[in-house]
Ligand binder design. Structure first.
Ligand code: UD2
Length: 287
């Protein structure tokens, strides 16, 4: 674990603020999953400024944004390798002060993506004063680094154009894949629901929470908010949740009591790996 002391020593408040438009952005990127995956050591070598725990601060300027990237995870090791390989350089070119958290669900019970995201939020703010939280599926890679991961004045949906959906928004109220919210926005909606076990609905639930809290949703245009998706079969333990429609009907009533203020979990491990922070967690499944 990086000690608090080291963390504050490494921050240099004397540096000028980073420019609004980072100068080294490349625009459209060539992303391929056909190429050999690199080893974690090779990725580390290619990203020498990334510190233990997967954090980074621009060396020449003070970032405008302190961002926690939160990844819900279980048994997607290969996807994680590509994610780290492609996303670390992008996030550095965006001149973010960031740290990558992988929230790894322990055991073989029903997967709960949204609850993992709540755990990521709650654990990351114990480490640092993050203002911006990016909730990021592990199998999506940004194809244009101009979609900067900086939280605006309303929640932002980033997963606009996805190769899996032929680069079209599947429906207007879609809030899946990659989203970002400030600490204030996320606490205002009481975080995500903890009650979606298995696949589906939890992203639509968050959309409803945001609307019920009278916020709007912001999107970059589809030419920059583009993602290449890695192929996968439906994972074991993440079968369709048959209760999702019932839950979705009750969001406005339930959200006050279901979320950050009702979150229960047990951290099994909290480890600083060279390229990310791994938090393995027991979610106390519904069974
Ligand atoms: C869609 C949404 C996703 C979420 C999900 C419904 C897109 C691009 N994504 O994803 O945001 O709303 O539907 O729940 O529309 N994961 C694991 N291990 C598992 C299962 C899931 O690591 O065993 C993680 C991983 O980060 C993955 C994410 O959860 O990317 C979403 O699960 P999915 O990829 O199975 O679902 P998908 O692609 O239909």
């Amino acid at each position: 674990k990086i000690s608090e002391e080291n963390h504050s020593l490494s921050r240099n408040d004397e540096l000028p603020q980073c420019p609004l438009q980072p100068p080294n952005l490349q625009g459209p990127l060539d992303i391929s999953f056909a190429i050999q995956p690199q080893t974690m050591d090779e990725i580390k070598e290619n990203n020498p400024l990334v510190k233990e725990g997967g954090s980074y601060q621009p060396p020449h300027c003070t970032s405008r944004w302190k961002v926690a990237i939160i990844i819900p995870f279980r048994k997607r090791e290969l996807h994680l390798v590509y994610f780290l390989r492609y996303m670390h350089p992008i996030l550095q070119r965006q001149e973010l002060d960031y740290r990558i958290y992988v929230i790894n669900q322990n055991g073989t019970g029903k997967f709960n993506r949204a609850k993992l995201l709540n755990v990521g939020f709650t654990e990351s703010i114990k480490d640092d004063d993050f203002q911006c939280f990016v909730f990021h599926d592990v199998d999506l890679i940004l194809e244009n680094d101009k979609a900067i991961y900086s939280c605006p004045e309303n929640p932002r949906h980033l997963g606009v154009a996805n190769s899996k959906y032929s680069y079209h928004l599947p429906y207007n109220a879609y809030f899946g894949g990659v989203t970002e919210m400030t600490k204030e926005q996320f606490t205002k909606v009481n975080g995500h629901s903890n009650n979606y076990w298995g696949w589906g609905g939890e992203d639509d639930d968050m959309y409803k929470r945001i609307k019920a809290s009278r916020m709007t949703i912001i999107r970059y245009s589809s030419d920059i908010s583009r993602y290449r998706s890695m192929f996968h079969k439906r994972d074991e333990g993440n079968e369709d949740n048959p209760q999702r429609m019932d839950l979705l009907r009750k969001v406005n009533l339930a959200m006050e009591k279901d979320g950050l203020n009702s979150l229960t979990y047990k951290v099994i491990a909290n480890e600083n790996y060279p390229l990310y922070t791994n938090i393995t967690v027991d979610l106390f499944g519904p069974e």
